[in-house]
Design a protein around this ligand. Sequence first.
Ligand SMILES: [Zn+2]
Length: 498
Amino acid sequence: MPLRLIALFLPIAAAILLGGCATEPSLYTGETAYYGYTWEKELELGRQSDVGIVKQMGLYQDDQLAAYIRELGNDLLAHSAIRSESAPEIYRNTEFTFRLLDSPVVNAFALPGGYVYVTRGLLAHLENEAQLAVVIGHEITHVEARHASKQALKQQIGQIGLIAGAVIGEHVAENKELAREMINLSGDVFQLVSLKYGRDAERESDLHGVEYAAKAGYAAEEGSAFFRSLDRISEKSGQSIPSWMSSHPDPGEREKTISELAAQWRTTSNGQPIIGRERFFEKVDGLIVGENPRNGYTDGSRFYHPDLAIQFNTPQGWTLQNESGAVYLTDPNRTVLVAFTLAHESSPLEAALKLKEKLSLETSYAQDTNVNGLPAYILEGSVTSANGSLQIHSTFVQHDSHVFTFLGYGNGATFSNFQSLIRGIPGSFQKITNPQILNVQPYRIAITPAERSASFKELLPGRLPPGTDAQDWAIMNQLDLDERIERGRLIKLPAQIR
Ligand SMILES: [Zn+2]
């Protein structure tokens, strides 16, 4: 009796701490389990966060490739537990969204409620469709097993937005809410994406990932070769382990388990399992590799955005972060932040008035002006909230049909030290006229038959895309540099199409 009482009380205590705890049937057992969010709430979290992900990271612009990911995702989903007849009613009809993100980072992740993402960087590092199937199966499992929701319960992170400050720097710690509103960074997105699930959850995802890939007809043991590459990537980069790798089981152990699991499923399925190398290569031929300079790049202290045909200076020592919807610049101590975005308004004045209203800005300076011959408007002032006050410098510049916003802000005391630097950034804004910069092209993967039998190293062109070396290309091909390639074998080589 007392034992039972304790069991009853614990979830209640958790519920109070979290302001919400859900008891719903587990997808796998049908038995009641505890989650940080209700399934309903997970669907909503996924929907909201997806908007943020797409905005921040951007979708890869290739409809065919996006459709390929979607179709493969849905094919695997059809073999998953969430689509099985025994799945509890609340889960069974959940629609899934499979997206291809325009990021060179090797990554795959899932959000609650049915959102699965892979990056173009991940595709570049895969050798066949079977590997992709295992990765997507793994991510589907994170969703259906509700790992994020379970983790939320464990870590008591039921409240959204607690970590927003961590992304944009400590300087805004006191003004988190305001800062987030200003740069549209949503805390829950960050929180969900950076979640570490723990080893048990990862093992569970590997287990089902292999199962679904095998049931869909794939040679799921191929998955282990990709996990070996992940290991090589993290070894080479030394520090930046892809986020979805960080909490994953020991790669050696993982490789072995995946092969074993795949062998088990093999005995139950008929027919020749699909590896799908050529099919996959056909899809990724021409895929952009590395940073895409058309989306913006830095050369020396100058930032260029060829697609928008604009450029401006970055103060020396500052960090520039180029996201899909915005460019952020911060000083070395992250005392101030300058956000560069596109405004929705049609003139600098209109955009300035909109910002003034949105932030309830107390104006100290407002002036019509021009920047290197382009119409502009400067607006300065401060914003006071319950958490303190922020100093704001904003410049709005018009170029063609676009109005660009430079929004600099920081805390009052230190802001004045940075004023001339902050004003200097929009002051250096100009259109790009140099055709070489305007027409710069990204590097792409060219699926190429080896022109002769030689080591992989010898088959690489003399000039590799900036930021990559021979070893990177070997990893991308899941080969060793000295590995012998027979003439005619398809390999991934860099190409720049002008
Ligand atoms: Zn995982």
